[in-house]
Ligand binder design. Structure first.
Ligand SMILES: [Zn+2]
Length: 858
């Protein structure tokens, strides 16, 4: 062996110096092949109000051979590092720390660090929350997808799972929740205590977490085996009254999922922690799910449907404990594996636990639309998304993963049959316990249990972007069907053809039951013999039960019949899909928006299904606010105001009264309508049996401000006095963003980009008020600056912020001039390709608005 190693070492160093920021896939692959048996022993000292936290870490791992190793650590500083006992300088470069080969050996290695990482109210993975109600402080982590390396040095990739031991020193009256139970706590001087946690099972860095502060546990004396529920001290009483259902559904979900997956709950305990201002609905840390507090303790009077939505959130995060935490995607290009399944399984579990709730109708109304909306745009992506570097993994989050992937799985369950579907999942989990896997592993598991080849199916649905439009064509002779075919074409004009399996409905009048048949095809068109000779139907709908994924418009004859018959369709699931199909016809500029609005005006007062009412009213409002001109709006709005007021007061179901109250707040425009809102705030007008909550009231205040009501300022000041809580401060900030004056917009926009102390949820939740639908002239000057800020936002903000930002600023506009401005921006040659896709997704609605207005000028 030569001793003159320095030139080689230099080459190795140079090679690493060239490693860009983030975690490139090549680096991840190389590390996964070389490194194993990872153990992290991490200690943090949390000091109230400090901008940093001090940490100590002992990291041990096994190396295949002695060679340089790169660790990930960015944003913090390392005071001391020893590698196998040898102290050495540690200066992170491009977010990496290099351990040189001559200090490492084949076999076990130990690296010890003292370091300091940042903690802040926003923009950092260790977040500090100040409870303005009682002055207490909370600190929590959120590392997904690769921000653990901003908190401590680690191998920040999902397929290097480690066992973690955590110790936290914090004020002694704080409660600390982490992935495992605390095994002990001891005084650490000066009012501090040191809490020690048991070692975790092997988990990915993004699933490691803690939350600390004066949290309190919600107790249910006498009820056994419930998952723990923690909430900040000031909300504890409310949680005791309102949130115990959350524990109940989690407990039932655990029993259902353990049996369905044929795998017991994979971690030693399960807690849920309610985090105020949490940027997502929830995050599935192994054994310690964090839930957005506002998604559990409702700030508006909740309806039955809101409560079911909360059940689904709980079941989604719970499913992840198996799908994501126990078996983890190898890389974030397979993000859909965990998110698609968590969404789909949450519905399936809730359907099993609450079988009378018509859960698949809900799936159609609340999951599918978001997917179709994106998948019909030039910015859409395949479900499988290539991610060369984890720093871009945030971009993979969105409707394709959360809505299309579960929609695709629903179709797959239909193709495979329920038993094969379940057995495939069982096999997949069993073969990758506490490990990592890829989508091809799952597809192979389905193929093995079903005996069906799925390669073309998976290739088209997972690897290709976009979706088919499916059109039925049929004719009758002598009262019988004599021809029936289905045709598909690529919505984006790309010439793709998909394998499609669907259920076709031939519908008759109310007294004759409909006929159904299964149709599978993967060609541009196909004729079907099953319906030939059947009585001539009133209309045909080619995606009954919503098994298939695609745009299913009604043929002209069926559409006319449906518009006439819709009020008589008893089956609420079918009624929902027919409304949905009509709305699609509006969005492709085939059906006049006025026609849809007047149908909504005529039929909605009788609609008894809460979720269908919610969705159709939202569509009618979009059409009113965007697709028709102000004179058409003036014609409809007074009728909608009166109808909403009447139904809010006189609907027999409380949920419907709540919903009509919300519709009233959204549709009001006229002086008379604004009078209703003021009366509701004054208590002169009451929604029978409903106590308005904080946010219900603030939403009315926001509408009055946005509509420039002469009394808006007085109403705003009165509400500020009435609600001095921490939440109230945020809602006041949101409401004031709607003020229709140039000065306000300027101040807020500066705040959004340049005030690091402004909590991210305040900004995110105020974007729609800033861009209120009636203020495109005032907000137009901010369209371009909002686009120019995207790179900064992508860098600094949490996962969903960027899409919310883009949607709000682009949807604030309705004109061809604004549309041209966005398309100009898209032509910039050096635009980040990922941002280009996001902009193309967002501008689609503006493109449609302009096209609909041109097609139907009224
Ligand atoms: Zn999820």
């Amino acid at each position: 062996m030569f001793l003159r190693l320095s030139p080689l070492l230099l080459i190795a160093t140079l090679a690493f110096a060239a490693v860009p920021p983030g975690v490139p896939r090549d680096l991840a692959r190389q590390r996964a092949a070389e490194i194993s048996s990872l153990r992290y022993h991490v200690s943090f000292v949390l000091a109230p109000h400090a901008a940093t936290i001090a940490g100590h870490e002992e990291l041990s791992f096994t190396l295949q051979s002695a060679q340089p190793v790169l660790l990930d650590y960015r944003d913090g500083t390392v005071q001391r590092m020893t590698v196998n006992g040898a102290e050495m300088a540690a200066v992170p470069e491009s977010g990496h720390l290099e351990l040189p080969a001559n200090k490492l050996r084949a076999g076990e290695n130990t690296v010890i660090f003292d370091f300091t990482s940042a903690v802040a109210p926003a923009g950092k993975p260790i977040t500090r929350y100040q409870d303005k109600d009682d002055g207490s402080e909370y600190i929590y982590t959120l590392f997904v997808p690769m921000d653990a390396s901003m908190a401590f040095p680690c191998f920040d990739q999902p397929d290097l799972k480690g066992r973690f031991r955590l110790e936290i020193t914090a004020p002694q009256d704080w409660t600390i929740i982490s992935n495992t139970e605390a095994t002990g706590s001891e005084p650490a001087g000066a009012g501090q205590a040191r809490t020690v946690f048991g070692e975790t099972r092997p988990i990915s860095t993004y699933l490691f977490a803690f939350a600390a502060g004066p949290f309190r546990k919600v107790e249910r004396p006498g009820v056994l085996d419930l998952p723990g529920l923690y909430v900040r001290k000031s909300k504890w009483k409310r949680a005791e009254n309102e949130a115990t259902e959350v524990q109940q559904i989690a407990k039932q979900g655990m029993a259902y999922l353990s049996s369905y997956f044929a795998q017991p709950f994979p971690f030693p305990k399960y807690d849920m922690v309610l985090i105020p201002g949490f940027p997502y609905g929830g995050m599935e840390h192994a054994g310690a799910t964090f839930l957005r507090e506002e998604s559990v303790l409702f700030r508006t009077a909740p309806t039955h449907s809101d409560l079911l939505g909360r059940d689904l959130l709980v079941l989604h995060e719970l499913t992840h404990q198996w799908f994501g935490d126990l078996t983890t995607m190898r890389w974030f290009d397979d993000l859909w594996l965990k998110e698609g399944f968590a969404q789909y399984m949450a519905y399936q579990a809730l359907d099993a636990l609450k079988p009378t709730e018509n859960i698949w109708k809900r799936f159609y109304l609340s999951i599918k639309p978001a997917a179709y909306e994106i998948d019909a745009t030039q910015g859409t992506t395949p479900i499988y998304q290539d991610i060369p570097n984890l720093k871009d993994a945030k971009s993979a989050y969105g409707a394709i993963v959360y809505s299309k992937a579960p929609g695709m799985l629903k179709q797959l369950a239909y193709v495979l049959g329920a038993e094969n579907f379940r057995d495939g999942l069982r096999l997949y989990l069993k073969e990758h316990l506490y490990g990592n896997a890829e989508w091809s592993d799952l597809v192979h598991a389905f193929e093995r249990v079903s005996g069906q080849k799925l390669d073309r199916w998976a290739d088209m649905w997972i690897r290709h972007r976009g979706m088919p439009q499916v059109d039925a064509s049929w004719s009758c002779r002598d009262g019988q069907i004599d021809q029936f075919s289905l045709a598909q074409h690529d919505v984006l004009g790309g010439g793709n053809l998909w394998p499609i399996a669907t259920e076709v409905l031939l519908a008759y009048d109310g007294t004759t039951p409909g006929l159904r048949f299964r149709a599978s095809f993967d060609t541009a068109s196909a004729s079907f013999r099953q319906p030939l000779g059947q009585p001539c139907p009133l209309y045909v709908f080619a995606n009954d039960q919503d098994y298939a994924y695609g745009r299913f418009l009604l043929d002209p004859r069926s559409r006319q019949a449906v518009v006439r018959q819709l009020g008589n369709v008893r089956d609420v699931f079918l009624r929902a899909m027919l409304w949905g199909s009509l709305w699609e016809s509006v969005r492709v500029a085939q059906m006049e928006p006025r026609r849809y609005i007047s149908l909504a005006r005529d039929l909605l007062p009788q609609e008894r299904d809460e979720l269908l009412l919610r969705s159709t009213a939202a569509h009618a409002l979009t059409a009113l606010h965007r697709y028709v001109n102000s004179s058409a709006r003036g014609e409809f709005v007074p009728a909608f105001e009166r109808m909403a007021d009447d139904r809010m007061l006189h609907s027999t179901q409380k949920d419907l009264r709540i919903l009509w109250f919300r519709i009233l707040g959204a549709v009001v425009e006229t002086p008379a309508g604004r009078g209703y809102l003021r009366d509701l705030l004054d208590g002169k007008l009451l929604v029978p049996g409903v106590e308005l909550r904080q946010l219900d009231r603030w939403n009315l205040v926001t509408a009055l401000i946005a509509l420039n009501d002469p009394q808006a300022d007085a109403v705003f000041r009165a509400e500020q006095q009435r609600d001095p809580t921490g939440d109230g401060l945020k809602y006041a900030y949101i409401a004031a963003a709607a003020r229709p004056e140039a000065k306000t917009k300027k101040t807020y926009f500066g705040d959004y980009l340049h005030d690091p102390s402004r909590p991210e949820d305040w900004i995110e939740e105020s974007l729609d008020a800033f861009n209120y639908w009636n203020q495109p002239e005032l907000t137009a000057p901010y369209l371009k600056p909002a686009l120019e800020a995207l790179a900064q936002i992508k860098r600094e903000r949490k996962i969903f912020f960027l899409v919310d930002w883009l949607d709000a600023f682009i949807r604030g506009q309705q004109s061809a001039a604004a549309q041209a401005q966005v398309h100009d921006f898209l032509r910039a040659p050096d635009l980040d390709p990922d941002l280009r896709l996001k902009i193309l997704q967002a501008v689609d609605e503006l493109d449609r608005t302009v096209k609909i207005r041109q097609t139907f000028p009224q």
